[in-house]
Design a protein around this ligand. Sequence first.
Ligand SMILES: [Zn+2]
Length: 252
Amino acid sequence: MTVRPHTRSRRAESSALASLPDPAHGLDPGDKGIVTSHPFWSVAVGSCATGTREPGQGRKAAALSGNPGVPQTTWPPLSRAGVTHAWGPIVNKMDLVPDEPTMPSDDDLMESALVEARRASKLGEVPVGAVVVAGGQIVARRHNEREATIDPTAHAEVLALRDAAAKLGSWRLEDATLVVTLEPCPLCAGAAWASRISRVVWGAPNPEAGALGSLYHLGSDPRLNHEFRVTAGIREDECVAVLKEFFDQRRN
Ligand SMILES: [Zn+2]
């Protein structure tokens, strides 16, 4: 059964859902990625929320994601707003084997992200830096630019993902990794989801807005049509220190 995102009708969706052999399981055994609990109203026709999972992704990525944050058995939360249960900051340092022999280490990549964060600090921006790596090379590096651009969405991750897509000539960043000094907020975790990113690495936990482990885990939610691996707590002390120093200076 193949359901094309752009041609999917409600009737087709209805029959697709009805034909799923194991409603309780959530996903069909063929990994077509149709979630039985997916309500029709949440499945938009278009590239943003197609309701289909990319081949070879999703469950596989989730299986590889280890324990970065929220156990899937406890998700989703029970409330309509989905915020009744806040998980504490979970920082798991997972020493993953690099994807390729030439792949820079997470520590090295985080150092590059920290350089961006320190640049932001000097410019009066909240110091968050991000890099995107693909094929063993950094293809984008940005820092927070909300103040300079007067743009509430000019977060380091969003800017880096846009640059990476432009450089690679594709909005799909399936083989790329996003490395960021602060745990992404819902906006940036959503941007990572939209880019079909393979993995996200973050440094400092974000207990006030973290969406990859602290408050939510948008990288490992089976209701979404793409999941990705998350590695947390890389060079955490340095990433926290950059932020603390910035806010300490502002108070004085
Ligand atoms: Zn953000």
